[in-house]
Design a protein around this ligand. Structure first.
Ligand code: SF4
Length: 752
């Protein structure tokens, strides 16, 4: 048994009682989101909590990590000195496989290219009780839905589309590696209580309309920012008509509107899916408490009273949509698409149709697309565009092959790629993309920002359902509308595609020979973690040094960053991602995107050891070598953007002691604290102007460092004058311990 039955039994044993207690405490009916969130609050947080006021601490049930982000998360986890992870956790090798020739060859090449990363992830997983899904086993979110997600549960995952598990009634949230480490080490995990958007679904879909069109429509309504800080809860009789994997598709793309997550209440479709994926025990347990695995009736009867915003969609009226190009919220109904393409001058010829990804790679998705392929075969049509298929998991692939679906795709000219992310994350060796020609592609993926799929800024990527993408690939043109238009076949006859037909669950059941799962060792004492010291992709971490018990004196200013400084400015992505598992190498991107206040240039700061202007990382390394600590000064909302632990680890690694800003983005501030740094903010924001390029900086008051007590910054200017000002901090007692110990992980290690 791959899933964690005992953990789910424990979770369900306490769940109903907690929900009842909470309902009485708050004195009102509850949404499903509230039930799950409240029931996962830590004991102290539950007692102290008032909704909407602040951040709160939660105890999620499980963790999932994809291979790119798992590297640094696990390197950090190793620092905690734990023998095993505190909650069930898994690693999934899906992001590093490049799509080029087809599943078999691509997988062989990936196994060779990424050997050391895979060996590392496999051995760490084995040692610390983490389930390991090998390359080719499938895409993290599909594998989680098929094996681990459970109604009423809460999970975090180091990938933004972790939210996919909302399709099986779980509050599932994408986080940075540092947050995953918190949960795996048993520390409480912090989240700001989100606003709630209710999405009421009425009616029933038919014809070419599918679950994908619901989220494409919602994205059009809310836009890419409209879900920020919110959880979307779908309900209504329309919701119960959508398959569990269809619900997954809708929740998956909630990430594209910035939502914290999305969720559906437990229903018969979820029961069917749990039983169909070999989890009848979970279905039986969920059935017993089904009333608490959905929102209270009164909530759904009067949604305006209980949600911050309500959207209503009539599925009977919903048209298929095509969203894009360049942004997933540019929603166009199918009936208007051809005209819109012409009006905007988008390239009409469709070069490639790509189906699959974690968004749309279920058995149902493949059957709907295959029903179009089958018609094409019967009507003497084949694809005019290139056409690729990425199954979501080996279980889906094996079953689809057994049931003849993959054969249909191949017969019309499709290429089946490895069960992995591939083109969705730009792991696509697309022939000719380097010529940067203007062209159109259509995918059943989720994101379509410029350059995402093939690196070409002129590729117009459109997002649609797999069946619509398949129909467009057969037509080879964006001016086509399968509802109204005829195609000319190889015999010169006019033929028309009928509506797609899908099968939710395979009639013969799911089947797989080797799912690609490696269970962790029962006794892992002899398991060795393999990292080659000469590797440039992986490096074991050394614990950061503890505080020396004294005030910080004679620090140099590393950079005074001007204006916006996001985690991407602090630790850039792109080519640097290959060094995610190597702290020293990736530190060469530290703050290379930040603007130096003193010369308005990026990556050019003064090294006061020799007067030269050099790159930020090289100057930081020069100070570090001489044992000189440094300070980063920042502007408003410093560290906004994705929760990237590297943005806090790199400055720590290169000798930065203090980050002093006008204001912090909360998650980055916490990440700095976790790495044992001082995260301070100006009490008087105008004091930012007092910092000169050649100052020597002292931080005074650390021997009495206490919650709520300001620290003093003393500047020694080069003209001999000095200035002092107050800085505030938000450290609690626990976080002050992290500072003293050198990092949060050192604190945990000390307690072992
Ligand atoms: S398939 Fe695409 S969206 Fe899904 S996990 Fe992979 S890269 Fe992310």
């Amino acid at each position: 048994m791959i899933f964690d039955l005992e953990m789910i039994q424990r979770a369900y044993a306490a769940y109903s009682e907690k929900v009842e207690w909470i309902r009485k405490s708050v004195g009102k009916p509850l949404t499903l989101t509230e039930k799950i969130l409240y029931s996962h609050l830590t004991e102290p947080a539950l007692k102290a909590y008032e909704r909407g006021k602040d951040y709160a601490n939660f105890n999620p049930d499980r963790v999932a990590m994809q291979d790119a982000t798992a590297q640094m998360a696990l390197l950090q986890f190793m620092q905690a000195g734990k023998n095993r992870v505190a909650v069930p956790s898994t690693v999934h090798c899906d992001h590093l496989i490049q799509a080029k020739s087809g599943a078999k060859t691509d997988l062989t090449i990936a196994n060779e290219t990424n050997k050391e990363v895979y060996n590392f992830l496999s051995s760490v997983s084995n040692k610390y009780g983490i389930g390991f899904w090998k390359p080719g086993a499938g895409i993290i979110h599909q594998v989680v839905l098929e094996n681990y997600a459970f109604p009423g549960g809460m999970m975090v995952g180091t990938d933004s589309h972790t939210v996919n598990a909302g399709g099986l009634g779980m509050v599932a949230i994408g986080v940075g590696g540092a947050d995953a480490v918190d949960v795996m080490t048993g520390m409480p995990w912090e989240l700001k209580f989100p606003k709630l958007i209710g999405v009421k679904l009425t009616g029933k879909m038919s014809g070419w309309t599918s679950a994908k069109d619901i989220i494409l429509k919602v994205a059009g309504i809310l836009t890419v920012k409209g879900g920020t800080g919110c959880i979307l809860e779908y309900f209504g009789e329309g919701a119960t008509t959508i398959s569990c994997t269809g619900k997954g598709t809708i929740c998956n793309m909630g990430a594209e509107i910035g939502a914290t997550t999305s969720i559906f209440g437990y229903d018969q479709k979820m029961d069917d899916y749990l039983r169909g994926t070999d989890r009848k025990e979970v279905a039986s347990m969920a059935d017993k408490i089904m009333n608490e695995l959905t929102g209270d009736t009164k909530v759904y009867e009067n949604p305006e009273t209980y949600f911050d915003q309500v959207i209503e969609i009539d599925l009977s009226q919903l048209e298929p949509h095509i969203n894009g190009p360049f942004t997933p919220d540019l929603a166009t109904p199918l009936s208007e698409f051809s005209v819109t393409v012409k009006k905007n001058g988008w390239p009409e010829k469709l070069e490639v149709g790509l189906i699959g990804s974690c968004t749309n790679s279920s058995y149902e998705d493949l059957t709907r697309a295959a029903s179009i392929a089958e018609q094409a075969i019967e009507k003497n049509l084949s694809v005019k565009s290139e056409y690729t298929v990425t199954p979501g998991s080996e279980q889906v692939r094996y079953t689809a092959e057994r049931d003849g679906l993959l054969n249909k795709f191949e017969k019309i000219g499709g290429v089946v790629l490895a069960n992995a992310c591939g083109p969705c994350i730009g792991q696509w060796a697309r022939h000719g993309a380097d010529k940067k020609e203007k062209n159109s592609i259509m995918t059943s993926f989720n994101r379509n920002f410029a350059k995402r799929n093939d690196g070409n800024p002129n590729t117009h990527a459109f997002v649609a359902s797999p069946e619509l993408t398949t129909a467009f690939a057969i037509a080879g043109s964006l001016s086509f509308n399968p509802v109204t238009d005829f195609l000319t076949n190889e015999k010169g006859e006019k033929v028309k595609l009928e509506e797609p037909k899908g099968i939710e669950m395979p009639p013969l059941g799911f089947e797989v020979k080797d799912a690609g799962y490696q269970a962790p060792a029962e006794d892992s004492s002899s398991v060795e973690i393999k990292v080659n010291p000469a590797s440039d992709r992986l490096q074991l971490l050394e614990p950061f040094a503890p505080w020396n018990g004294e005030d910080l004196k004679g620090l140099r200013l590393l950079i005074k960053a001007k204006g916006k400084c996001t985690t991407d400015h602090i630790s850039m992505a792109g080519p640097w991602l290959k060094y995610r598992g190597h702290l020293d190498n990736i530190s060469d991107n530290l703050l290379i995107g930040a603007v130096n206040y003193f010369n308005d240039k990026t990556n050019k700061i003064k090294n006061f050891l020799n007067g030269d202007y050099r790159e930020v990382p090289s100057v930081a390394r020069a100070y570090k070598e001489k044992g000189i600590g440094t300070v980063i000064v920042g502007d408003e909302n410093y560290g906004e953007g994705s929760s990237r632990e590297h943005a806090a680890m790199e400055p720590r690694h290169l000798g930065v002691k203090v980050v002093l800003v006008r204001s912090f983005a909360r998650i980055h501030e916490t990440n700095l604290k976790k790495q044992g740094m001082l995260a301070l903010s100006f009490v008087n924001k105008a004091d930012y102007d007092k910092i000169r390029e050649d100052d020597l900086i002292d931080i005074v008051g650390l021997t009495e460092f206490a919650p709520g007590k300001n620290l003093t910054v003393r500047l020694k200017h080069s003209d001999g004058s000095t200035e002092e000002f107050e800085t505030a901090h938000s450290y609690n007692e626990n976080q002050i311990d992290w500072f003293r110990a050198g990092s949060a992980l050192n604190t945990i290690h000390k307690r072992q």
